[in-house]
Design a protein around this ligand. Sequence first.
Ligand code: ZN
Ligand code: ZN
Ligand code: ZN
Length: 171
Amino acid sequence: MTSRTHSLTPCPNCGCGIQPNSMLCDYCLAILVPSESTTGGLVAEGIACRSCGEQNDLGTDRCAHCSASLSHTCPGCGKEDIHVSSKQCPQCHVPRSRFFERCIEVERSRTATLAAAKKRSRLALLVPLAFSLGFVLLGVHQYHSGFAPVGNAFFILALLFIGLWIWASRS
Ligand SMILES: [Zn+2]
Ligand SMILES: [Zn+2]
Ligand SMILES: [Zn+2]
């Protein structure tokens, strides 16, 4: 799963990774538009303010409308309040040129965790199925031993677990 290539594009404003087709950088809130150049890609048009939502010019450190700090979090350590003018994270010292790499690592570990969780839930689905099969076998055994009512009780339990399995595989 780790060999899967990432789908991120570097943010032209902060250098962090942007999800495909995103029009806003998750990290620095840069407002992104497709580049008019032949090479394609994205260009930042402005920065959205986290507190008031107003658009600001690129390169400004404070919102012109509410004076909130226009900063972003470090993709390496999660430190907040890093300005795009900073060359590196003051906490983990990862240089800005490596922020994109960090975002890819974050993205990859997130997809790996999701895949693992999916696999686990698929395995968990087999548990009620195994239980119902066990109850059916027990029920058949009771029937053969002449305890039909006990056998019926086991069949009902088996049905309950099949119901549980259907319910679980749907949700
Ligand atoms: Zn950004
Ligand atoms: Zn603002
Ligand atoms: Zn950091």
